[in-house]
Design a binder for this molecule. Structure first.
Ligand SMILES: NC(=O)c1ccc[n+]([C@@H]2O[C@H](COP(=O)([O-])OP(=O)(O)OC[C@H]3O[C@@H](n4cnc5c(N)ncnc54)[C@H](OP(=O)(O)O)[C@@H]3O)[C@@H](O)[C@H]2O)c1
Length: 231
């Protein structure tokens, strides 16, 4: 693995107050990674991980000043993984025409624009052979959209995929890889109680995929089992 030190590789997990981000921070720490994890506001669940060596930071990816302040606080650190997990699914059950323009725009900004702006700000923190990961979704696949539903969210994740590919082209000389990950359908606040997977299973799968991806420099759209998804 790139930049493997005696103390273990380093991960920055963005959006770890609950759900998948919290699970990733916990399991990466258990596996010996040095984890820095962010919350928007105080998360007692995340703060418990400080006892296990996780560095807790604060950032709102929709706020440029907050992102810049985080970058300053982490000055000089490099990461083998920067993973932007944060996302929203506001009014996701409503068809597009039943969602206000303001809500549609905010979902697009948080899910498709802010992760890329975060990546621009933190590209200089990625260690050679490291990975820049974005939490996408299978719903972001244009090719696989045969059932509809979650229209605005779906479009925002498709836009995230496209924006990440544009980022990859813009950073063609980079020495790190770019992953768009689908975690499966997972029982979180967003995924709901009926979802297929618990957080532990999804996160365990994603960590295996990320560790296997280390050292690659291409762009991949994979699920938590490592299966390639159609764009
Ligand atoms: N659960 C699923 O089945 C599923 C499937 C496919 C993809 N995903 C994706 O996986 C990611 C995590 O989802 P989840 O299921 O864990 O959802 P969740 O439980 O609703 O957690 C969402 C996380 O994103 C954070 N967040 C939202 N907006 C943010 C912002 N502007 N700045 C910083 N953090 C922000 C939240 O922080 P606060 O606590 O401050 O709100 C929270 O930590 C999302 O990108 C989601 O789209 C989930």
């Amino acid at each position: 693995m790139a930049d493997q030190t005696a103390a273990g590789p380093r991960a920055l997990i963005v959006g770890a107050s609950r759900g998948l981000g919290l699970g990733l921070a916990e399991q990466f720490a258990e596996r010996g990674w040095q984890v820095t994890a962010t919350q928007r506001s105080a998360s007692p669940d995340l703060e418990q991980l400080a006892e296990r060596g996780v560095r807790i930071e604060t950032a709102d990816i929709d706020d440029d000043m907050s992102v810049a302040a985080l970058h300053r606080r982490l000055d000089g650190q490099t990461f083998d993984l920067v993973f932007v997990v944060a996302g929203v699914a506001t009014e996701s059950d409503n068809p597009l025409h039943a969602v206000s323009r303001a809500v549609s725009a905010q979902v697009y900004l948080t899910n498709a624009v802010s992760p890329i702006l975060f990546a621009e700000a933190f590209a200089d923190t990625l260690a050679p052979g490291g990975t820049l990961a974005f939490m996408s979704s299978i719903l972001g696949s244009v090719a696989l959209n045969e059932d509809g539903g979650w229209e605005n969210y779906r479009a925002s994740k498709a836009a995230l995929n496209t924006n990440a590919r544009s980022f990859a082209v813009r950073h063609a000389e980079r020495d790190y890889g770019i992953l768009l990950l689908h975690p499966g359908w997972v029982r979180t606040d967003m995924g709901g109680a009926e979802a297929d997977l618990d957080v532990e299973t999804s996160v365990g799968g994603m960590i295996a995929v990320i560790e296997a991806f280390a050292g690659r420099r291409d762009v991949a759209y994979l699920d938590h089992r490592g299966e390639t998804l159609a764009w």
